[in-house]
Design a protein around this ligand. Structure first.
Ligand code: PMP
Length: 415
């Protein structure tokens, strides 16, 4: 199903765009909402909200099963969303896109399907020290099941990956590499294309956790030459509980299913069951059809824009926020790599991040405080948690000013 790039692209006007996001008009403790928790989840435009309710109002039926018109419409909408997601990441064939519950499930799928079939005692899986827990724990589980060993690439004091250590750790026993594209805790953009080439030179396949990359910059899985790429709809203006996993054709074809049930089979008898083709082999049971349809609408929303322009807008907010935060006494930014995406993690001398979060909330400013599901990163910097402001397409410099003035309230409270 061909999906065309919307043309001409829409000029990015963050202020005008805000009207399309109903929630941004909410009042929080009597203040306008300043939503800077986008790395956690983004807000949803009206087009996404309406796609989901319109699906239920007009097209709802189960997919791939019945011959009636509604089922045909639902199937078309579901498969149309697959084609849209494939187009966004430049996947050569929509059938290389598997719908999952989210980035976490995509990584678990690869760990349990590819990992269990291909890892054995003494084999090594290489990850980085800046992974989200969802790219650590699935590998720990499969290592415990197979006898494989997890190896970890460190990063330096700025949050930049140690490439020499990567080369050293990529050894004779390395069977798989799983890497975060953009760190949700530090903002670091990793040179994944280069790292994939290094792994491929040794015949090692690579999964990229793209949860924080896809909404914020152009991603081309063919150009990256990755073997798997996982991401979540809810961080890219889509609904929660849905995501996608891209995979290289030969690998997906060779992988065993990881869940059994309806729709993933070609034929079932008690003697022998044969499996459906990719991607259906990996989509057992009735999926989140409405979520997929709304995911497609989120992709349409994003693809109206030049993603380089989106990246530049968020980079401008990052620079501005980094400058403005340096004027607040006692702020220390955690993660100062040269290549950073639009988020800033910081601590404030003498004040626990959770207290900062509570006071900011009272001022209408929503940020994330905590470990960001990246406890090893916190341990590496010797902090219990950080405050994280993360930007999206609809954020403005004005909102960064609101964050900074709310931080001065924190300073007044805590001295
Ligand atoms: N990886 C990264 C880098 C993330 O930021 C997140 C979400 N914080 C995840 C994986 C997990 O995404 P989800 O919870 O949507 O599966």
């Amino acid at each position: 199903m061909p999906v065309h790039t919307p043309s001409p692209l829409r000029r990015l006007d963050p202020v005008a765009l805000r009207d399309e996001f109903p929630i941004l008009a909410e009042r929080i403790h009597g203040h306008r909402l300043v939503y800077l928790d986008n790395a956690n989840t983004t807000q949803k435009p009206r087009s996404v909200i309406e796609a989901e309710s319109s699906y239920y109002a007009h097209d709802n039926a189960n997919i791939h099963r019945s011959t009636h018109l509604l089922s045909e419409r639902a199937t078309k909408a579901y498969e149309g969303a697959r084609a849209r997601v494939a187009a966004l990441i430049h996947a050569p064939d929509p059938h290389q896109v598997i719908f999952t519950r989210g980035c976490t499930e995509g990584i678990n799928l690869v760990a349990q399907s590819w990992g269990r079939a291909n890892l054995g005692p003494g084999d090594e899986v290489l990850v980085t020290w800046m992974e989200h827990h969802s790219n650590i724990v699935p590998w720990q589980i499969v290592c415990a099941q197979t006898g494989a060993v997890l190896k970890v690439v460190p990063f330096d004091d700025t949050g930049t990956l140690d490439l020499d250590a990567f080369d050293r750790l990529l050894g004779e026993r390395t069977r798989f590499v799983s890497l975060i594209h953009v760190s949700n805790a530090l903002g670091t953009i990793n040179p994944v294309k280069d790292l994939i080439a290094r792994a491929h030179a040794r015949g090692v396949p690579v999964l990229v956790d793209g949860a924080q990359a896809v909404p914020h910059m152009p991603v081309d899985v063919v150009d990256l030459d990755c073997d798997f790429y996982a991401f979540s709809a809810h961080k890219m203006y889509g609904p929660t509980g849905i995501g996608a996993l891209y995979g290289r054709r030969e690998l997906l074809d060779a992988m065993p299913p990881w869940q059994g049930g309806g729709d993933m089979i070609a034929s079932v008898t008690f003697e022998q069951t044969t499996y459906n083709v990719v991607p259906y082999k990996f989509e057992a049971g009735t999926p989140n059809i409405a979520g997929v349809v709304a995911f497609g609408a989120a992709v349409d929303f994003l693809r109206q824009f030049d993603l380089d322009e989106v990246a530049a807008h968020e980079a401008d907010l990052l620079r501005y926020a980094t400058d403005r935060l340096s004027t607040v006494g006692g702020v220390r930014v955690i993660g100062t790599a040269r290549d950073k995406a639009g988020l800033v993690s910081f601590v404030l001398d003498g004040v626990h991040p959770h207290d900062i979060g509570t006071i900011l909330d009272r001022e209408g400013v929503a940020v994330r405080t905590g470990q960001h599901c990246a406890q090893p990163v916190m341990d590496r910097f010797g902090v219990p948690a950080t405050v994280r402001a993360s930007f999206a397409i609809y954020n403005t410099r004005d909102e960064v000013d609101a964050l900074v003035s709310a931080l001065t309230v924190v300073r007044e409270v805590f001295g």
